[in-house]
Design a protein around this ligand. Structure first.
Ligand code: SF4
Length: 374
């Protein structure tokens, strides 16, 4: 089926698949910093009414991650006795033995979080990557016949951990730009300039002021990064006469397994902490039987040499849905891809060291089925 439009506005979320192809085709990332990402793993709980504190919000960062790994948790009480809890880990982490899912389970055991889940019941589980590059990673937004908006371009305000208002504004700017292009003489072929419109809006100003926050943590670690972020905000109000840059994409940050420390994660207790299998079940993920596998390993020999032998299969730990498993075959450890479990977080497409895993959209309707509240 071919769909034709005079302007196509892409709003695919972080690491959009069509966006990825369009960016490569039209070189939209030239002269900007690499995009960096975080992986958010989230649960929604139902708690006893006497425990529910509507409007209560709690954030944390750091623990249980080491000083070189960026991440933090959020917890909100909302709706009818519901609590939303999530943990975001920067995908520029270095230790191939790290599991964002297991880290999220550990955070819940901290007394400041554990008390909120007492006598509660876990209802929903999910995960999704988010774009953390900010201002200096915004690509060229216009291409012949279309534009990029929202998190597929990367409009998250990282210090606020908020991107809904920025995504909406980018959509409004794209709509205005599309209208002006289509109204212009020769509008059928005119190319838009969404970046120029963005530069004049509060959205660019807001992201500009937040631009040094995330790279400071990548450069100096959690403690010093937090001190810098405080100074940048309080002293310079986000207008320091320099810009810290993102030095590399997330896929080249891993250290070799041989020089990395294994992380002994505790066993789940089944009431506060859980295993992957029961978690994925709560995501409602489903893919029709028999459809083509939507996760492509481009080169198996490369996976063996790099992922298996050098990094000890990091995809078996960063995937928050247990899609990647290794099995013993006569030739050694081989990769098994359980694509039907995929919750479409896009982390493998981002983090795979050689970009050897390609996430392609599955058949329509496949994937997680998150109820309202997620
Ligand atoms: S297979 Fe990839 S996209 Fe799917 S859940 Fe795992 S890491 Fe995320």
């Amino acid at each position: 089926m071919i769909l034709r439009a005079r302007q196509t506005i892409l709003a695919e979320g972080a690491r959009g698949s069509v966006t990825k192809a369009i960016m490569a085709r039209y070189h939209l990332r030239e002269n900007v910093d690499p995009q960096t990402y975080g992986l958010g793993v989230k649960e929604v709980w139902e708690v006893p009414p006497e425990q529910h504190r509507p409007g209560f919000v709690q954030h944390s960062f750091g623990w249980p991650l080491d000083d070189q790994t960026y991440g933090g948790a959020f917890l909100y009480h909302f709706g009818e006795n519901l609590v939303s809890f999530g943990f975001v880990v920067g995908l520029d982490y270095q230790n191939p033995y790290l599991s964002p899912f297991q880290e999220m389970q550990r955070v819940k055991t901290h007394p400041a979080f554990a008390e909120h889940f007492k006598n509660g019941r876990r209802l929903i589980y999910g995960a999704r990557a988010l774009s953390e590059g900010g201002f200096q990673s915004i690509p060229r937004l216009s291409f012949p016949g279309g534009m990029l908006t929202g998190d597929t371009a990367g409009f998250l305000n990282v210090p606020k951990i908020k991107g809904t208002h920025t995504a909406m504004k980018s959509g409004m700017l794209a709509a205005e730009e599309a209208a002006s292009v289509l109204d212009a003489p020769g509008g059928r072929v005119a190319t838009s300039d969404l970046n120029a419109r963005l530069e004049k809006s509060w959205l660019a100003d807001e992201l500009y002021k937040a631009r040094n926050f995330r790279p400071a943590f990548a450069r100096w670690g959690t403690r010093l990064g937090a001190i810098y972020a405080g100074l940048d905000t309080l002293l310079f109000r986000g207008r320091a006469p320099w810009t810290l840059h993102h030095r590399h994409p997330d896929n080249i940050s891993l250290q070799p397994a041989a020089t990395s420390k294994a992380i002994p994660y505790p066993k789940p207790d089944g009431s506060l902490t859980f295993d992957l299998t029961s978690s994925v079940y709560l995501s409602g993920t489903n893919h029709e039987e028999g459809q083509p596998v939507h996760l492509k390993l481009r080169d198996e020999a490369l996976w063996k040499a790099v992922n298996r032998d050098f990094y000890d299969c990091p995809e078996t730990r960063y995937c928050p849905a247990g899609v990647y498993e290794t099995i013993e075959v006569p030739e050694g450890r081989a990769l098994q891809i359980n694509a039907q479990n995929c919750v479409h977080c896009k982390s493998c497409d981002i983090k795979d060291p050689e970009q050897n895993i390609d996430w392609r959209p599955p058949e329509g309707g496949g994937g997680p089925n998150y109820p309202a509240g997620m």
